[in-house]
Design a protein around this ligand. Structure first.
Ligand code: LIP
Length: 333
């Protein structure tokens, strides 16, 4: 079933997403500032993996946000990181669906590194149409609705009136990247550290930054990128791309709740999000495929500002990334 919606409805969904961020912010900040208090419950790990952390605050924020959506958005569906971790089946359908990571960057949160955020995305017909990402430690609110632009503001500001349009160079688009060798690239090693998962990621990150090919990866190109950065949060890596700070972000293994809000905010900043290993996918397949490549907005060659020219320049970089990284399958179970 295909759902229709109006611009006014999108605006109301965006306002509701910001409302959720305002509810969650103080709770996340309290957890961040009391991380060593004796009352804190022990850290929880997922499925015995000490690199995949969850805290009582992740669970508290998701429970609060899910309840607010259930009360105020009748008929909408919900997919949340901790709800899925708790064993509930949350399949993506065409219905309006709020896809939420209550604390993206939980490991940063646990260690007091202020790069954590709540990520609140809304899909309709499996397409991300509203995104709200809020880092309360830095008071940075990233927002977007389809066709209405992307903004960076503070939590108590009206994004479109007081915020900054993204990318931060707006209205001046960045020039196209001549090649990966001119790029600042974000990547993540993720929380799954089994050899069969981490080894191809290490090879990929090596080749993204290396000058010379490796005999360990015959046939793979190298990127010789300006640098590699790992913020520890998929959503905030994507926001660095949306601002025009990172040029490229590649990750295989994160989930729809990590990226849903980021996809629409990146798109509204002029960027693109595609499959991480070169597969042609629908938005539903992208969201659930666990393979992501994000490329910042730009103009085309010779300053051509047409969407077609920009997309051609972004596709050129995407093809270069796909020639460098390992083609990794990423099962959902
Ligand atoms: C994190 C992602 C990150 C990934 C980490 C972790 P979480 O999400 O944002 O991209 O590399 O392994 O999955 O678990 O902090 O919500």
């Amino acid at each position: 079933m295909s759902y229709t919606y109006t611009t006014a409805e999108l605006e109301s969904y965006l306002d509701f997403g910001i409302h959720l961020a305002k509810l969650a912010g103080p709770v996340i900040l309290e957890g961040f500032n009391t991380r060593f208090s004796p009352e804190r419950s022990a850290l929880l790990v997922k499925k015995g993996n000490t690199a995949d952390l969850v805290t009582e605050w992740d669970q508290k924020v998701e429970k609060m946000v899910r309840a607010e959506i259930a009360e105020k958005m009748k008929g909408h569906s919900f997919i949340g990181e901790e709800t899925v971790a708790g064993g509930e089946e949350c399949g993506l359908t065409d219905a309006p669906t709020w896809i939420v990571d209550p604390i993206d960057g939980t490991t940063n949160f646990v260690h007091g590194f202020p790069f954590s955020c709540i990520s609140i995305g809304l899909t309709i017909n499996q397409e991300p149409v509203v995104g709200v990402i809020y880092n309360p430690m830095m008071n940075q609110l990233f927002t977007a609705a389809k066709g209405q632009g992307a903004y960076l503001s503070k939590i108590d500001e009206n994004p479109r009136e007081q915020g900054r349009r993204l990318p931060l160079s707006y209205p001046h688009p960045a020039p196209p990247l001549p090649s990966l060798s001119m790029a600042l690239v974000a990547g993540e090693y993720g929380s799954d550290r089994k050899a069969e998962v981490i080894d191809p990621k290490v090879k990929s990150m090596r080749n993204l930054s290396a000058r010379d090919p490796s005999p360990a990866t015959p046939g793979r190109a190298v990127g010789h990128a300006h640098g590699i950065r790992c913020l520890g949060s998929a959503a905030l890596n994507m926001m660095a791309v949306a601002q025009g700070q990172f040029d490229v972000y590649w990750e295989v293994g994160c989930w729809e709740w990590d990226v849903c809000a980021g996809i629409i905010i990146v798109r509204e900043s002029g960027g693109v999000v595609v499959d991480g290993c070169g597969r042609e996918v629908t938005d539903g397949q992208l969201l659930t495929g666990r393979r992501f490549l994000t490329i910042r907005g730009c103009c085309g060659e010779d300053g051509d500002t047409s969407p077609e020219a920009a997309l051609a320049a972004q596709k050129k970089i995407a093809k270069e990334v796909w020639s460098v990284v390992e083609d990794m399958e990423c099962p959902r179970k």
